[in-house]
Every structure is written in structure tokens, then in C-alpha cells.
Design a protein around this ligand. Sequence first.
Ligand code: ADP
Ligand code: ZN
Ligand code: ZN
Length: 743
Amino acid sequence: MINLLFANIIVDISHEKLDRPFQYLIPERLQKDIMAGSRVEVPFGKGNRIITGYVIEVVDTPCMEISKIKEISGIKKGSLKIESQLIALSWFIKEYYGSTMNKALKTVIPIKSSVKNKDKKYLKLRISKEEALDLYENYIRRKNTVQRAMLIKELTEVDSIELEIAKSKLGVSDSIVKNLEESKIIEIQRNVVYRNPINIESVGNYNIELNPMQRKVADDILSDFRTTHLLFGVTGSGKTEVYMEIIQNIINDGKEAIVLIPEIALTYQTIRRFYEKFGNKVSIINSKLSQGERYDQFERAKKGEIKIMIGPRSALFTPFNNLGLIIIDEEHEGAYKSDQVPKYHAREVAIQRAKLTGAKVVLGSATPSVNTYYKAMNGEYGLHRLLKRANEQALPTVDIVDMREELNNGNKEIFSGKLKQLIEDRLEKNEQIMLFLNRRGYSSFISCRACGKAIKCPHCDVSLTLHKKIKKLECHYCGYSSEIPKICPTCSSKYIGGFGIGTEQIEEKVKELFPTAKVLRMDMDTTKGKGEHENILSTFAKGEADILIGTQMIVKGHDFPGVTLVGILAADLSLFASDYMAEEKTFQLLTQAAGRAGRGNKPGEVVIQTYSPEELCIISASKQDYEEFYNNEIEYRSLMTYPPVYDMMAILISDAKEEFVEIVSRDIANRIEKSNIEDLIMIGPAKASISKINDIYREVIYLKHKDEEILIKVKNAINRYVERVEQYKKISIQFDFNPMMHY
Ligand code: ADP
Ligand code: ZN
Ligand code: ZN
């Protein structure tokens, strides 16, 4: 007897009807050729009109009486059309990362929204360039008019700037714009036909000649047959120039390119470089765009109006018909992994998309992820290096200070003697300083010295974070906030107080030690408002402050030529996270932070303060020796059967009833155990490291295997099992394939 196969088909993917697949029987003659993403012809509706449909799934059980199921009439020949490509990609995401097809489709294909787009406003000079430059000279010397000066200067170089970009990327406020408009210095243009956020008259004049090393890398990547390439180049080595050269080649071939850049690193300077070189072939999306605006940009891409799309993770799904290249800059960044279901990784999905269309993928980083480097070492990816900065600047010198010794010598302060002395030195010389607190997974909290308990969120299994300025305790997971108690809620002792250092305490300390220094602080709290982030950075870049204090936010991709000293206050904090990637994240953060020093013409110096100077990743980071870090790390991963040597899947089971979560987790684990899969490693079930969030209890099971296909099979088997058991219908079971954090 032959196996009957059925196809779930979407007949109209124009937006709203996405949710509704129809089932058809696959005739035997077509069984070999039909898969997710296939374009087929099917009879539809009462009149059985023949229309085109897209197969989203092939199944072996019908969803209704077989006699009522119509048959697919034919398969559409020709290359995969963009819709079928994206549907095939959705299928990959659903299979690989565990989500419903619906969620995967919604991730990949933007929904048309009826929300009307805002009119775009543009800023343009009303005075001559000469007048503007005079005005600039005037403003730049005065206090409080630097933003104004920078805007005017920018407008002498470009034709017009979109108001939103001026605000979000140049840190210009509404009142400045209003003021300059009233003074008839600039004008605001509405309803004009400009398409670009930055309009430049002299597009194409951008002409930096690649140096021989860059030239070789670009040529090698273009001529190599492999899909994926790692461009491993130190910061400032000119990776962006190489990207632009490869893009130019791809466009000359009549193809299109997608450039992914982490949102936080997508600065005005980068945007402007792309517009200078490629003009209106470029479009940019960011996460602040409305559904409708994103949809419009995607429509332009589909119609071929643009050739290059730049943006964060979601730009990956730009519906280019003839995609030739995907670039992922700073490929090691955690932001490329979605933290919502489907928990896909842009790198893996990009490679999948490239394979569907014969495109190339270029992954760029100064600190490649262990995953990518492993594959490059295996020859799966091409490996290309740029080891020198394009302008031949030396890398900074780095010192490690053992804070335990400082303590032994009676220094209980946040700053080591060495760092303090260097800060004084730089302040004297009028050079800039960055102080970086590696605060991932750590913050200041209140605890009791009598019973030792920290004050926790009543809804989550985490300590509340202390915010001194607003005199409140806050939960960073659910938003709960409370007053700071005077006595311990557990034992009523009055000896309670704040522990741990945060950026706020560092700011206080700096002001106390160096009262004349001008200090800026950048962290989650000081960057809540729109444009504040760019504002702080541009203020610092203009040299208006001596010291910038911040969390990892300050280390990403920004160029401050005036900085000659970087202090890393607690290098080991990120090591405490019980996370197999802790060393990797620490190495990346330290190397990137160190890379901020000495970008101008004066050499830079870096001080790393740590309580664990023997940690290999800290030593390697201080030497800026990636290979050494990688060799130690891959040995550890291999020994501990962690990715990338093994593939790993987390199963997160959560529900409001604690006992029920335990029972279901145990049951699932038992079933996996009983299936006796060879070489499958299971850890758990166990309480997640944060066992409760927002009154929802969480358990986790980790599975590891060398063959990712096995893990995907287990995932599908668990899904089928859970669907069969009536009581399990409501419980949440999420999968995370190669998670980048510990649950
Ligand atoms: P990365 O992306 O690796 O950090 P960039 O491409 O931003 O490096 O280059 C760093 C700086 O060096 C930029 O200011 C860039 O204009 C300059 N640069 C890069 N390549 C060249 C080159 N071949 N000639 C002159 N300047 C270059
Ligand atoms: Zn107590
Ligand atoms: Zn909470």
C-alpha cells in the first residue's frame, strides 16, 4: 500500500490570510517533488478555479475525511520565487528552533498594516554654505550649542537629513530644530519625494582605495565557491570598506545585498558612509519603524527599487528577488539571536537563506564567536584575516591589576592605585577616559547582614535592584518596584544595606575623587528616553566630558579618538554567570572595551581590574590574543560536550502551578530516557536558574548530541507527545536550539 501524503497550503499570502492553510492531497506522481516552499497549482473554491499556492508543510495524516480533500493539480516550474523562498525559510525556522508555522511565518513575512505612515520631515539649510560654516565656528566654541553646531556642519556636507535621523542619531532635540527654523537658518521640508534619510548630492564620489590586504580579502571572498566566509579583522582594520567593495561587485552583477548591523552599532557615520557610496540604492530599517513602514521598505525591495538593505536582525527577511549577499557585521553579538519564540539565530538563518538562493554570507568580527571560528577552522567557512588597523595605529597596551592584592594592601576602593593614578594623569593632560563596568548578570541589591538574605522580588526568583536616585527597589524581570525597606522583611533586623557596585556608585565615587572632572554616565537608566543614547555618545565624542562611565553599551563600535585610557573595573563579573558562554562573553567584552583606547593619534592604555587574574580568558583578552583564547575555550567545550562541538537544545517548561511543572518535566525527561537514543546526553530536569518569573515557575532540560538532526527529531517527538496528552495542552513548552544563555 502506498503512503498518502498531504500538503498544507497557503493559497494567498497577501497578508491577512496567512493564518489559514488549506489541506490538499499530493498525487503520487508529485510526491518526490513537493516540499515546504514548493509552488503548486490547486483547485480552489466552489468553482475549482486553478490558483497558485505555497506548500508550508507536508504531513502524513489528513485533517478531515479524505474524500473531501482536493488534489494538487500541478507543480509550478522555475526557480523558487521570493514568497516560496521565505516560506521555505519559515519552515526551516519552525523545524530548527521549535515554533508553530504561524509564528515562523509572522517572523519572516511582514504583515501589511492599515496604520497610516507618518509624513516624513527633512531638514535643509536656508543659508549659504559659507554662512553656515561661520555659524558653525561660532557655535562650536560656545557652551550648550555644540549639538546645533554639529547639525549645521552636517548640513553643509549633505543635502538634507530626515528629522527623525537627526533626532535619534545626531542627538538633536525638537527645541534646537524649532529654534534654528525660527532663526531662518534651516527649513523643515514636508511631503517631499526624498526617499533617503540622508540625501547627498555627490553620490559615488566616495572613493577609498582598498589597501592590498583588503583587496586580497575581497577578491578571495568573491572567487571562493563556499557559501559562508568569516572576515576576522581587528577593529579599525577596514572591514566596512571590504563589505562595500563586495556589495559593489554583487550589485554590478545585478544582484542585491542585505547588511545586518546590531542596532546599537548602527551609527550615523556608518549610515552616511553607505549613502555616500550607494545613494538611493540603499534603505535602512530599524526596530523603531512601524509595521507599515517596514512593510513599505520591504515592498520597495521586492519591486527592485533598492538594492541594499541595512538593518538589525529582521532585515534578514527583506524580500529581494535576486539576493546575492548577506553581510553580518559584529557576528558574535548576542542581539542576533531572537529572545522570543521562534528563538532563531540570524547567522544560521542567513546561511540557510543564502543556500536557497545561491547567495554568499560574510560574517565579520574582531572577536568571532567560538561557533563561527570553529567552523572556519574546519574549513566549512572561508577564513580571511585583516590583522592591522587601516591607519596603522598600534593596539593599546594592557595591564591586569589583581584586586585581591589591592585589598591585602589595605585599598578597599573601587579603583586600584594604578587606575587612580592614570586617571589623574589623563585629566591633567586633558585626555579622555572610559570606565567600563562589566555588569552582565549582576547589579546592586539590598541584603541583610543578620540573616544574609537579599531582598527578592515577590513574583520572580531574583534580587531586586537598588536605584539610589529614585530611592526604589526594582525588578528587572517583571517591573515590580517597592520602597527601600528599613528593616529586613525576613528577620526584622535593621542591619540591611546595599551591596555590589553599579554604574551609579561609580559615578558618585568618581565625583568624590575627581571633583573637577566632567562625567557622563551611560546605562539602562540614563538611556531610557529617545535619542538619549546617541546624545551621551555624541557629547562625549565632541570632547565635552572627561570621563564616560558605562556598561557594555559604551563598548560597541564607537570611535572616540580622544580616549587614551580605558579602565575595566570588574572584569570577572560576567564570569559568575553559570553559563557555558561566560568566558566567551567576557573575552569579547574585554577585548572590545580595550579596543576603545587609542583610536586617535595618541597610543592608548588599558587597565583591567580583576579578582581572578588567573582566568585564561582574562589573560588572553589582556594580550588581545584571540587564538589563545579560542584554543583554551574549544578544549573546554569539547571536554564538557558543549556547542559548537556538540549541538545543544534547551527545553523550557513553565506554568503557574509549581508542582505541575515538575511533574511534566519529569515525565518528558522519562520519555526521552526511555527512547534510548545513542550518545544523547540529558541534563535535568532541574529548576531554571531563575526558577520563577512573573509568578510563572520554570524547569529546564538540556539535551546534547553531535548530530543536530537527532535533537530536532526529539523535539518533534516531544511536541507530538504533548499534543496527545489532554492535561498538557495548556502548559508552555519552549525550545531553544543552541541557547546563548543559561535558563
Ligand atoms: P572596521 O569596520 O574594521 O572597524 P572601518 O571600515 O570602519 O573598519 O575602517 C576604519 C577607518 O579606517 C575608517 O575611518 C575608514 O575610513 C578607514 N579606512 C579603512 N580602509 C581604508 C583604506 N584602504 N584607505 C584609507 N582609509 C581606510
Ligand atoms: Zn534579615
Ligand atoms: Zn519580578
